[in-house]
Design a protein around this ligand. Structure first.
Ligand code: NAG
Ligand code: NAG
Ligand code: NAG
Ligand code: NAG
Length: 357
C-alpha cells in the first residue's frame, strides 16, 4: 500500500564515548550516509527496462515468479485481476488474465505467495473494512487454472503481504497491516491463528497525515520471518521455530535496517542474502543485507524520477536467463509520492548482476 510522503523528522544520536577522536569524522560520515541520505543523494542507478505497463491508471500491488519463469501480479485497483507475464525476459513478453476476481465479490487483490510448485495463495478485500478472503490459485490443474476460495479471514483488519513457510506447504503467513500482527493460515484445515504479534509490527499512531500501516511485506528466509513496518521504514526479523507456525520461544526481534525514506512497502531477498526494499513514496528501491546492521544503499530511482515511482513489491526472476533480474511492480503513483496516479502501474526489470552489498 502506498501513502503520501512525509518528511523524515531529524533524530539526534548519541555518540558512543568509546569512539576515538581520530575516527570521529569517519564515524560521523558513515552515520550520515546510513541514516541521513538527502533526497538529492543520487544513489546507484542499476540498468533497467520496462517489461510492461497498463495503458490506463491501475495499481499493481504484488508479484511472484513461477518456477517456469513467468511472473504473476495482482491488481489492487480499479480491477481485482490476477495477471501473468509470459516469459518476462523475452523481447516481446505477453500479459494475460489468469482470473478476474470481480466475478467473486472482490474489490482489490493484495498479497500473493507460492505454497507448493505452481500453487499460490492470493489475498483479497471486498471493501475497505472487511470481507477479506484467501484464495487458492492452482496453475498445475488442467485444462486451466483452478481458483478456489480457501476461507474468509475473519478478524483480520488489513491482510497485506503473504509468505510461504519452507517445509510447511499447507501453511501461509499473512501480514495484517492494521492489526499489527502476522496470521498463520493452514490452507487445508482452514484454521487461522495469530502466529507472531510484537510491538514492531504495530502501525505507529503518532505519525500525522499518513495512514497507519504497520507490518506490510513478509518473507521467510533462513528460518527467520522478515517484515517491513511501512510507516517506521524499518525491516525487522525474528527466528521462527520448527514447524514454522510461530516465533521461537524467547526469540528477540532484530532490526535488520532502518531506511532513510518515508515509507517502505514490500521487499525481496535474493539467493545472495541481499534484501531489496520498495520505498514507494520515495520512488526508489533500496538494498541492504538480510543480516542486521549492514549498509543501506538506493539502487534505482529517485524522488523526482519515474523509473520505479510508486514501487510496491518485487520478485527475483526464475527463468533460464533472468535469475539476476529484480522485477519491480508499481502503483503508477506520480513522482511526488502522493496517492494520485498519473500513469499505469508497470513491471520494471532491474539488472542486479553488478550489485553486491
Ligand atoms: C506474444 O504474442 C505474440 C503475438 O501473438 C507472439 O508473436 C509472441 O511470440 C508472444 N510472446 C511470447 C513471449 O509468448
Ligand atoms: C464490508 O464488508 C463487511 C464484512 O463482510 C460488511 O460487514 C460491511 O457491511 C461491508 N461494508 C460495505 C461498505 O460494503
Ligand atoms: C467466481 O464467480 C463466477 C461467476 O459467478 C463463478 O462461476 C465461479 O465459480 C466463482 N469462483 C469461485 C472460486 O468462487
Ligand atoms: C512515534 O512512535 C514511534 C514508535 O511507534 C517512536 O519510535 C517515535 O519516537 C514516536 N515519535 C514521537 C514524536 O513521539
Amino acid at each position: 500500500m502506498l501513502l503520501p510522503s512525509t518528511l523524515l523528522s531529524a533524530k539526534s544520536f548519541i555518540m558512543p564515548s568509546t569512539v576515538k577522536k581520530s575516527l570521529l569524522p569517519i564515524f560521523i560520515l558513515s552515520l550520515c550516509l546510513n541514516c541521513y541520505a538527502l533526497p538529492s543523494t543520487p544513489g546507484l542507478q542499476l540498468p533497467s527496462h520496462l517489461v510492461t505497463q497498463f495503458p490506463h491508471i491501475a495499481w499493481i500491488e504484488n508479484t511472484a515468479a513461477r518456477s517456469n519463469g513467468d511472473l504473476l501480479f495482482t491488481e489492487l485497483k480499479p480491477q481485482p485481476i490476477l495477471y501473468t507475464v509470459i516469459n518476462p525476459a523475452s523481447t516481446s513478453p505477453n500479459v494475460s488474465v489468469i482470473h478476474d476476481f470481480s466475478l467473486n465479490e472482490t474489490q482489490s487483490l493484495l498479497g500473493i505467495a507460492e505454497t507448493s510448485n505452481d500453487v499460490f495463495v492470493v489475498v483479497s478485500a471486498a471493501n475497505s473494512t472487511g470481507l477479506f478472503v484467501a484464495w487458492s490459485v492452482n496453475l498445475k490443474s488442467k485444462p486451466g487454472p483452478h481458483i478456489s476460495k480457501i476461507t474468509e479471514l475473519v478478524g483480520a483488519k488489513l491482510p497485506n503481504g503473504v509468505t510461504n513457510v519452507p517445509g510447511c506447504p499447507e501453511q501461509v503467513l499473512i501480514a495484517d497491516s492494521f492489526a499489527g500482527l502476522v496470521w498463520s493460515l493452514n490452507t487445508v484445515t482452514k484454521s487461522l491463528q495469530v502466529a507472531v504479534q510484537v510491538p514492531e509490527m504495530v502501525p505507529p499512531a503518532n505519525i500525522t497525515g499518513r495512514t497507519p500501516v504497520g507490518v506490510n511485506g513478509i518473507k521467510m528466509h533462513d528460518n527467520y520471518l522478515y517484515w517491513t513496518n511501512s510507516a517506521l521504514a524499518t525491516v525487522y526479523r525474528i527466528k521462527i521455530g520448527a514447524g514454522g507456525g510461530t516465533a521461537e520461544k524467547q526469540a528477540k526481534v532484530e532490526v535488520v535496517a532502518k531506511l532513510p525514506v518515508s515509507f517502505v512497502d514490500d521487499f525481496v531477498i535474493n539467493d545472495q542474502g541481499v534484501l531489496f526494499a520498495m520505498a514507494s513514496s520515495d520512488n526508489q528501491v533500496w538494498a541492504t543485507s538480510a543480516r542486521p546492521g549492514g549498509r543501506t544503499v538506493a539502487v534505482i530511482g529517485g524522488k523526482d524520477q519515474a523509473t520505479v515511482s510508486g514501487a510496491t513489491a518485487g520478485a527475483m526472476g526464475r527463468g533460464k536467463g533472468d535469475k539476476h533480474i529484480l522485477y519491480v511492480v508499481t502503483s503508477g503513483a506520480d513522482i511526488h509520492g502522493n496517492l494520485t496516479a498519473t500513469e499505469g502501474g508497470k513491471v520494471v526489470a532491474v539488472d542486479t548482476r553488478s550489485f553486491s552489498i
